[in-house]
Structure formats: structure tokens, C-alpha cells
Design a protein. Sequence first.
Lengths: 523, 437
Amino acid sequence: MADASLVTLTIEGRQVAVPAGTSILEAAKTAGVLIPHYCYHPGLPVAGVCRMCLVEVEKAPKLAPACATAVAEGQVVHVHSEKSLEARKGVLEFLLINHPLDCPICDQAGECELQDYTYREGRAHGRLKEPKRFNPAEDFGGDVLYVTNRCILCTRCVRFMDDVAHDPVLNVSERGDRAVIGKFEGRDLTHPWAGNVIDLCPVGALVSKDFLNKARAWELDRTPSICPNCSQGCNAILETRDNMVVRMRPRPNGDVNQYFLCDHGRLNYRWMNRTDRVEAPLVRQGDRLAAADWDRALHAAGMLLNGKRVHALVSPMLSNESLYLLSELVEQTGGRGTFRVERGAEAPLPGVPDLALRAERAANVRGAEMLGFEKSDTPLAGLQPDEVLLVAGDDLHDLDADTLASASAIIVLGPTLPEVARTAAVVLPTTNMAEEEGTFTNLRGRVQRYMQAKAPPGMARPVWWAAGDLLTLLGGRGGYFLASEAFGALAGARPEFAGMTYDTLGLRGQMLSGDAESAGVAR
Amino acid sequence: MGFPHPSHPSETPLLSEHFGNPAARSLTTWRSLGGYQALERALGMEPSAIVAIVKESGLRGRGGAGFPTGMKWSFMKPGDGKPHYLCCNADESEPGTFKDREIMRWTPHALIEGCAIGAYAIGAETCYIYIRGEFTEPLRAMDAAVREAYAAGILGANAMGTGKRVDVHVHKGAGAYICGEETALMNSLEGRRGNPRIKPPFPAVAGLFGKPTTINNVETLAAVPHILNRGAEWYKSMSLSSPKSAGTKLFSVCGNVAKPGNYEVVLGFPFKDFLYDVCGGPLPGRTFKAVIPGGSSVPIQTMAEAEATRMDYEGFVEQGSMLGSGGVIVFDDDQCMVKLIARLARFYAHESCAQCTQCREGTAWVTRILERIEAGGGTMDDLDTLLNLSENMTGKTICVLSDSCAAPVVSGIQKFRDEFEAHITGKRCPMGARAAA
């Protein structure tokens, strides 16, 4: 493409063409070259202070900071030349002289950029003969602990709070090697998005109190996911160890959440590890629920549904796939579907357009509405005696047994069996979102995939699997073996999803047709 | 603060002519001495004509870098619809430098006039004079003079009745050396932490409050009225040497010298005559050992280098150092160079703004090594480490504070290695109790 605004340069012998104004550091990424850096972060204003990204630019008198130097036509950049390597080695040594070598007890070990670059390019032995500087650790409030001694003063945290959160709580206090990250008197890191400073910190200086000493970074399995805790649909990574979710962190997506995840979202994962799970299908036998295999349980449920209208009380935390097949079930029986949403205060991240912890604290409100479920604060109002109540995912909190009792029968599809639903005729154990793959539709209409992060307990299966089989029993079209097949059926049936497959969605998602792409970040 | 010494016959007192005359501080006396005539003339001229005269005069920045003033002014593009600013750097914090202090103390109106002319020449309506916080007496003098100038209609919306606006504000710094660095100065003026900014953008493009800005030193601006009064040719002719170095320069002399103080000589003056004649030579019974000729940030000169030096921008470079700010620090045979260099390094370690890794960590580390050597705990490999650290601290940071710390360390080890080695082999300071504190 012959674009006049493109600048061509050579980085480590590779020619790249990037838009004018791009930094050498970003241009190098397109050439597949990582220029080591600490203070630079694509989501923050450039500071140019760590001096780690100094590179040799031919014909320039001095080494140039790659993060703060714009590309120029014909530039020849050397990242791994002797001069650049020596400069980085110098920076690494300076950063390490006062850095405690406490990697064995540091949460960042294994995902620490200071550790990584030191192993790769640093000196084998330090030359400091003096004792290291000492500063005590400090509780910064929120989820953040500041381990002062490990800090390399990159100021990413300060810039995030100033320029992205617009809540300038942090600063650089003092000067020279006495400098530390300071917190303004009487203020704490209580901003709803403050936890991002933990991810932004390239070393173990800002650590999560929630994750403190919980697991070593190299023991974790990481799964691309979507934060299910509000309707924003922030891209996330679920980190598990031994089949337990131990941490949720942001996954960059420029169309949704840039590099960030709010504290409510990131800290709200323990429900994925609940152990009071229904592990086998249960079928009522007299006054008790007896374990059964899936075929028997599905058959029992099918018998109850036969000739009855379904009132489906679904959860907006269910996937598009599950909600689609439940909506088909509702249609097949001439019934109806409702859902309710937990609400909380909206908390925007001011520095990023259209990014907020949304008031509706569920991942798929948009999907549920679009697939015909009615949002209501009284979702069981008007429950008829000739209706079968199908509870899918709703935990029934604040609903009483009397209300439920007006249905002709209760079928529960859920990870747990709520106390008020002990009268259910059939209970089908289902996976939570961490245990399955699927898609959510965020409030702007972006359909996004999440992957299975852990194994489900016992015989639990995804809701779409159970709903599809029930549909088949009622003479409808169901019986899917893969989430992708269920999604394919949805894409074939609903014009908003037309043309979408798991492959086209990828890991960045796609807008529903009719919802302009611009409805993402720009709105 | 006392009164200055009487002028030496070899001096050329231009800026320092009225040092010691308290009456010169008042507007009435200043006018009777010819003050504000240059401003009156300037306000009737095209700004570009003023820039041309200053360019022609060969005036170069007196703060340390020696950048041609007229050329700096020509980077400003008036009439682009943006506000423009002139900042007068009066944060004189370079150890060994105290010339701007005397200009502001005795002749505050000279600076105001220079500021007003400069502001008008670059199309700025506002000039900020950023004065070092510790300068209480100069601050009082400047405040009083600015008030007088406003009351007399010299400054303000109708400067000298010409209908042109020239505002001058005095701003008191809060005591950080780094705020003398021009971009840190602008941050400090804006109410931010005084951290130097990455360049580009240069101040002439995006400076104070993001607007085109020029920063000039006190001595530079104070020279401008003289140039307008007497012409570029006259100013340029005041040079004993290189045509690149023109005019007079104030040198602040301190240390082990018979007559410390401020001296104004034409550029190109022989440094040997300056030290032994103008400044009275060493104290009785002592001999000179070394000189830091341009404030603490420049390399140390041996006496052989110093005595061969021509006092101008190029002359000091030829003899292993720099003219810098003109702060001459003299050391005699009674001083311990290791102790001196350790003290300088401690200053830089204290004043580092802490942004850049090399500076924040390097200045402090170098200080600790030097202090250990001075205390008798050094080893020979410490010298290699110091030189290598200095290399890592040079040319790699946003501003030159780190380089300034490294310069005396490198020049000190290169030129006075025997003193370092004597500390290491003798496991104590050989100057012992003789070394002054």
C-alpha cells in the first residue's frame, strides 16, 4: 500500500513501514523485535525514564529512547548492538543494586520483567559492596500492597492513577535514590479500577493482597476468558492451579477494555470454585431426590415437559449458546422466559472511552434480551399451575418456596441446588462459565468467546448440552456435542449472528450485525 | 551578604559596574544611570530587528550551555495565535556560581529591562523570572523593582506608553537544583514536580503550559540592554580571542584563593592572569592544585591546564573542561581531591530528580564508593567500577545531571589518580587532619 504517511525504516535488519509518529519501540513490535523496556506501556502516556529501551540509531550522536523517539524515514535501528546491550546491562545493574534478591518469596517471580531481562542480558555478578537501601512495605489500600524495596520507579502506577483513573492518589516522593512511590496523605487506592496498578507494575513492587503467596506464576494455567461480572465484557485471563481459579487478570482488547480490568471484576472469581456442587443428575423418588444417570434424568424431565408450557427462569450469566437452546425450548412449548439481573453502582474508567464497571452485574444481559428473555425484577410473577418452571442458572435467592410451588413441576439446571428448590422434580448439574466454553454478548453487541479454564465436577454438563437434549426429546432440533455446533445453530437461526463462527470470532470478538463496529469503544 | 570588592583594573565592568551601589536598586537612580532607554528604543523597533542585533552581537547563553542567544530567539515564531512565554532562569544553583545573585541584588532593573526587551523581541507578552528559593535578598530586590516598574508604567498593558503589553512576574522556587534545568523549571512554574522533560518537543515548540517558550539566563538578559544601547559591533569587539566568544562574562570565584568574589572580564582573558593577578593568587604559603572553572558540573582542570586556558567557550574546552556558568572553584595543595569529589557526588545524588535509572541509582552508588575510598575502605577495582559507572551515567538520561556527576569523577580519577591510590594503599586519607572540612 503506497501510503504517503507511512515511514519505512530498518530495525535489526528488518524493513518495516509504519505510520508517521509511531515510536521506534512500537515499530519494532511490528518487525517482531521486542525492545526491552519498563516504564513504557501502550496504555499510558510515555515517560521515557527507565532508559531501558535505549537503542542505537545510525547517524544519531547518542543512544535514543525507543519509546520516546518517533520513527524517521530511512532510519537504521540496532537493538542488540554492543552499545545498546552495554547500556541495558548498565540499567539492569543500577536497577538491581537496591532491589532485594527475594525472588524466591516474591509473587512476581516467573512473570517479572526485571528477572527476565536480567537473566537474558544482565551481569552475572553485582559490583555493589555497600548494604542495600531498605524501605518498609506499605499497604496502599484496596487490593494493593507496595513492597517498596522492589520498586524500580517506572511510574506506571502513578501515570495510571493520574491519566487513566483520573484519581491522582500516587506520586513520586523524595528525590535521588531515596525516591519511592508515595500515597497522598489520607488517600488510598480505593478507586474501582486501582487494582490495574498491580498488573502494570513490571516487578513485584505492587502486589495483590488477594493473590499474596497463593501460587507461583509458573504453576498457573492460563485461559483466555471474558470477565463475567458485568455487562462490559472485559477480556480476561483466568488463571488456575489444580483446577482452582486463583486469579483473574485483564487480556488486552482495544475494542473493549484496552489493558484493564476493574477490581470488582478481577476479585469476583471465588464462586467459580464453589464446592457445594450438584455432581450427578437427581430425579425425585417420593420425598427424596435420587442420583440418576443423564439419560434417565433427561427422560424424566422430558416427561414433565411434555404437553406443558415452560416458564424458563434463566440467568444472564449463561452463554449465548445455552440461552439460544433454552429459548428454542420455550418456543417449542409455547412458554415464556424471564431473567433478573443483579445491579450495582456504575464505575467508569475515565481515561478510556466507553469502559466502565456496568450497573448490570452479569455478562450476557444483552444476549438474554436478544434471545427473547424478559428482564424483570419479579421474574416469577404470574407463574401458572399448568407451567413447568425450568430454572437455568438463577440461584433463586430472595425467591420463596411458595412462589415456586405454584408451578406444576420444577426442573433445575444449575451448578448448585438452592434450598428453596428442594422440591424440584429433576435437577440437572451444570457447569459454571469457567468450566465450559461459550460466548457472551456484551452491552454494545460484541459477541466474545471464552474458553474452558477448569474441569467441571462429577457429571456436570453445560446448560446448552442439557437444553439441546431436552429439545430433542420434545421433537425439536438439538443434540449438539460441541459448543461450536450449538453456536453454529444459533448463527444459522438468528440473523444478528449470521455468518459468525468460533473461528471468525477469534479472541477479539465480533459485533452483532446491525450494531455498528463503532458502537464499541467510540460510543 | 556583604559588599563586593572594588573593581580590578583588568576587569571590564559592564554588568557589574554598579555592584555595591545600593542606590542603583531604585528606579530613579537607575534611570539617571541610563536605565530603560534601551527598552524604550526596543519597543519602537520591529521585534525581528532586535533579534537580528542580538544575533549579530555574538551574545551566547551565560547559564552554562553557551547557545547563541539571537539564534534561540529566532526559533520563536510570533503571530501564530498562541501565547508565547519568556522565562528568565534565575535559579542559580550550580555549586560555585553566584553571579546572577549579584545582578539581581544590586541591579534588579537591569534584569527587568533585559526581560522586557527579550519578551518583546520573541513576541511574548509574559515573562516569568524563576528565582531560586534560597535567594531571599535578591528576591526582595526583584520584587521591589518589579513593583516600581509597574507603578512607573514601564511594565504592564501599556509598557512605556507604547500600547504594547509586557508583563514580568517573579516566581520563587522551592529549593531544588534540578529546577534550574530549563524543562524542569517550566514544570515547576506550572506547579508540577520539577522533573526535566524529554526533548523533543523543544521549549520553542511546546514549553511552558505547552506554549512556545524561550528560557534565558539572568546574565544573558542583563547584557541585552547594553547591546541595544551601544550596538552589536561594540559588544562583539569586546573579545580577546575567538570571534565565537564575544562580550564580557562574570566569573564567580570561590575556594582557596586570596580574593574570592565576582569578576567581570572580556571573554578570552588569560585564565592564569585571572587566577594569580585579578583574584590575588593562592593564600599565603599555599599553591594552587586544581580548578573547577565553570561550576561543579564541568570537568576538573589541573593547574597546567588552567594556566594554559583562554577564558572563553572554546578555550576551556581545549583545556579539558568547559566555561559552564563561570563558577570558578579553586583548590590548593591542602585539599583532598577524593573528599572534594565525594562531596560533589553527594550533592548530585541528593539533587537527582529520580526519574532516570542511571541518575537515581548511579549518583548515589558513586557517592557511596567515593566516600568509602575517602574513609580508607577502597580497593583498586573500585576505580575501574567508578569509571565504568560514570560511562553508564553519561549521555543516557533525559537531562545532564547524571553526566554532571560523572564528569568530576572521571576527570578526578584521570588527573589525580595518585591521590585515589594513596587512599586505597594507605587505607586512610593521606591529607588526614590537614584536609579542611
